[in-house]
Design a protein around this ligand. Sequence first.
Ligand SMILES: Cc1cc2nc3c(=O)[nH]c(=O)nc-3n(C[C@H](O)[C@H](O)[C@H](O)COP(=O)(O)OP(=O)(O)OC[C@H]3O[C@@H](n4cnc5c(N)ncnc54)[C@H](O)[C@@H]3O)c2cc1C
Length: 328
Amino acid sequence: MLRTSEAGSSRMTNSLPDTPLDVVIIGAGLTGLTAAFHLKEAGLSLHLVEQRERPGGVIESHSEGGFIYESGPTTGIISHAAVPRLFAAFPDLMCTASPEANRRLILKSMGKHTGEGQTFLPLPSSSLSGLKTPLFSMRDKLGILLEPFRARGQKENESIAELVVRRLGKSFLDYAVDPFIGGIYAGDPHRLVTRYALPKLYALEEQHGSFIRGAIAKARAPKDAEAQSVTKQIFSTSGGLSQLTRALANHIGSEHFSYAAKGCHITRTAEGLYDVQFTTDGTTHTLRAHHVITTAPAPALPSLLSFLSTEDLAPITALRYAPIVQVA
Ligand SMILES: Cc1cc2nc3c(=O)[nH]c(=O)nc-3n(C[C@H](O)[C@H](O)[C@H](O)COP(=O)(O)OP(=O)(O)OC[C@H]3O[C@@H](n4cnc5c(N)ncnc54)[C@H](O)[C@@H]3O)c2cc1C
């Protein structure tokens, strides 16, 4: 499945196999590893090509002095049945956070001027604490009672900020939604389009005409076993999230990985297949496959997918990435 040639020469040391691989995956971060895990379970042949020397992508856990630090993500939320389904293969790994971890503190300036009298206030977790909190204005708290009767939005690509101000009020945008969106996307709610960034929230208004009516209908709807497995708990893995990516890589098998792969690019063959070419330690390799999944970030795509025109790639390459760092 892998043909190799010395860098700078066209001499092949192996010939192409008769049967191409089903799938080549570019990138061995959580997305590439999870895709590979499921494809392998489905009996498909595959190979992962990764430019770093280890799996995990942005996930990297460090241990020091009895503490575990993450330089990428720290936790996830069991917000989809795919999470428990994946962890079913690694039952000892998942650990869920204590309910204390649900407590979120929001910094609010209590003085008249910005930055004056700043204090941390807990994000309310019940209707009563929602009524009492100084985070939201009295006008917006009372306005919540009218939320079920407000008209639906008319704009298909309405931003999260527009939707929240329209239905809940500005103080809910500033002290609940903006910090929440910052935590997920490191993004600006004025620029993020609700139906893509928060599809579940968008669906509540679309299907039920109101967040409150939609939330009540969802809570009342009967849940099958899969829906019951979506517990919304915060989870991590014992020993840090790298344990999950390492377990996935071990499960997939080291023979299905090429690490430290440089200059990866993909071309189409006359038969409609894909040739994935890259070098490791000065040796050039070519993998032929029916399908390629790339999990590389948008800026890497023009050189990876050189058979696509700049125009075709433009909607992806124009994506903006927010630079973020994790401080422990
Ligand atoms: C600091 C930080 C904190 C975060 N916190 C959270 C959190 O608490 N909870 C949460 O749910 N999410 C969090 N996220 C988001 C989450 O980490 C990511 O969504 C997820 O890990 C992305 O995985 P991925 O495989 O798509 O991408 P990546 O992890 O970026 O993996 C992509 C892989 O592709 C490889 N690659 C790129 N280009 C090439 C190429 N040309 N050839 C070969 N290989 C290539 C890269 O080396 C990398 O290994 C956080 C992200 C960051 C950066």
